[in-house]
Design a protein around this ligand. Structure first.
Ligand SMILES: C[S@@+](CC[C@H](N)C(=O)[O-])C[C@H]1O[C@@H](n2cnc3c(N)ncnc32)[C@H](O)[C@@H]1O
Length: 357
C-alpha cells in the first residue's frame, strides 16, 4: 500500500466522498487516514493517480511521499519548483528541500513564494512541486487539467454557461453513483453529464423535453475525441413518464431547478415554484422506483428569495413516498451534501439514493 495525498477542490466533503466512491467502484484497496478542508490522505493499493486525476472532478492534484534518494527524475539541470504548505512548518520544510536539491546538484529556482496554494494551471508549468503536510513531504505526481475542461465546456456547439453544470461537478456526481456500465440522465439539458460519462467509459443515455442540445453536443464530442468509442443515446421526452424504458442501471441528474430569474423571486413566487418542483420530483422518483437497479445521484435546489429567506424542497417526504433512502459511501460524511456558491441564484443539495429493499 502507498500513501497518497489528495489536494481537494472547493467542496472538500464532496471531494472525499467522491474519492471513496471511486475506490469502491475500482476495487482499490483503501484506507482513509486523514482529511480536512484542503487535503485527504489515503493508503491505497492498486491505484493509478494518472488515470484518477482525469476521472475525479473534486481533486486538483495528487502526490506521493517524497523519495529522498532521488527527487528529480527528469533530464534538465536547471529546474523550477514550488512548495505548498498544509499545516506544515515552512522553515523546516524549506531547509529540508534545499538540502535535497543541493545534494542532487540541481540549479533550482523557486516560484510562487511561501504558503501559497498553487493552482493546477500554475502547477502544470513546474518541474517539481512539493506538498508539505504536517511533518511529511509529498511530491505532486498528477495535476488536473483545467484548460482542457474549459475548452470542452465552452467550445461545444450548444452552450449556455448559466444553464449547465460544471465538468467537475458532472464527474463528481458520476463517481458518487458508483456506476457499473451505464449512466442515465433524465434531464440531460446540454449533455454535460452524458459527455463526461462517455469519456469515463460508460454508456451514456439521456432524456430531455428538449433533446436537441445534448444530441448536438454528443455528436461534437465524438468528433473531438475519436478514440472514445462508447455508446450513447439521447431521447426526447418527459421524465415523469418513463414507459418507453425497461430499466435503468444508474441515474445521475441535475433536474429542472425552476424558471430562470434575473434577480431573485419573491418568497411567494419561490413557494409556488417549490410546490411545482416537489410535484415534478415526486412523479419522477415514483416512476424511477419501478425501473432503477443501481443508485440515483440527484441535485435538489433550495430557492433563494428577494426577502433573503431560503425556501426548501420537501424532499425527505418525497423519498419516503417513492421508497428511496440516502446512502453515503463514507459514514463520517452524511448525505445530502450542501453545494453552495454565493454567485449562484439557488443553493444545491446533492443526494445519493438507493431503493428500499
Ligand atoms: C438544469 S437543466 C440540466 C442541465 C444539464 N445538467 C447540463 O449541464 O446541460 C434541466 C433540464 O430539464 C429539462 N426539463 C424540464 N422539465 C422536464 C421534464 N419534465 N422532463 C424532462 N426534461 C425536463 C429542461 O429542458 C432542461 O434542459
Amino acid at each position: 500500500m502507498t500513501h497518497y495525498l489528495f489536494i481537494l477542490g472547493r467542496n472538500p466533503n464532496l471531494s472525499i466522498l467522491e474519492i471513496v466512491a471511486y475506490c469502491r467502484r475500482k476495487k482499490i484497496n483503501y484506507n482513509v487516514l486523514d482529511h480536512n478542508e484542503d487535503i485527504a490522505l489515503l493508503n491505497l493499493q492498486g491505484f493509478d493517480e494518472h488515470q484518477a486525476i482525469k476521472d475525479l472532478g473534486g481533486t486538483l492534484k495528487i502526490g506521493r511521499p517524497l523519495d529522498e534518494k532521488m527527487i528529480y527524475r527528469g533530464t534538465k539541470n536547471k529546474i523550477v519548483y514550488a512548495i505548498n504548505y498544509y499545516k506544515a512548518d515552512p522553515s523546516q520544510v524549506d531547509r529540508k528541500i534545499k538540502t535535497l536539491l543541493n545534494k542532487e546538484e540541481l540549479k533550482a529556482t523557486r516560484r510562487h513564494g511561501k504558503s501559497r496554494n498553487i493552482m493546477p494551471s500554475q502547477a502544470r508549468t513546474l518541474d517539481l512541486e512539493f506538498l508539505a503536510y504536517r511533518d511529511k513531504i509529498f511530491m505532486t505526481t498528477a495535476v488536473s487539467n483545467p484548460k482542457e475542461y474549459k475548452q470542452r465546456d465552452a467550445n461545444r456547439p450548444a452552450y449556455d454557461p448559466l444553464k449547465v453544470i460544471s465538468i467537475r461537478l458532472a464527474k463528481i456526481l458520476i463517481n458518487l453513483a458508483e456506476p457499473q456500465q451505464e449512466i442515465f440522465d433524465l434531464f440531460c439539458g446540454y449533455g454535460t453529464i452524458l459527455q463526461e460519462a462517455l469519456l469515463m467509459g460508460f454508456i451514456a443515455m439521456g432524456l430531455d423535453k428538449e433533446s436537441q442540445y445534448a444530441k448536438k453536443n454528443m455528436e461534437w464530442l465524438e468528433k473531438q475525441y475519436p478514440k472514445v468509442k462508447g455508446k450513447w443515446q439521447v431521447f426526447q421526452g418527459d421524465a415523469t413518464d418513463l414507459r418507453q424504458f425497461k430499466t435503468f442501471e444508474t441515474v445521475v441528474t441535475e433536474p429542472y431547478l425552476g424558471p430562470f430569474y434575473r434577480g431573485y423571486p419573491s418568497k411567494q413566487e419561490a413557494e409556488k415554484i417549490a410546490k411545482e418542483l416537489e410535484s415534478l420530483y415526486k412523479r419522477t422518483l415514483i416512476e424511477l422506483a419501478k425501473k432503477v437497479t443501481g443508485k440515483i445521484v440527484i441535485i435538489i435546489p433550495e430557492l433563494k428569495t428577494r426577502e433573503k429567506e431560503n425556501i426548501k424542497i420537501e424532499f425527505s417526504t418525497i423519498l419516503k413516498r417513492a421508497g428511496f433512502y440516502p446512502v453515503s459511501p463514507y459514514q463520517k460524511i452524511k448525505i445530502p451534501i450542501a453545494y453552495f456558491d454565493k454567485k449562484d441564484k439557488i443553493n444545491r443539495y446533492i443526494y445519493v439514493l438507493e431503493k428500499r429493499k
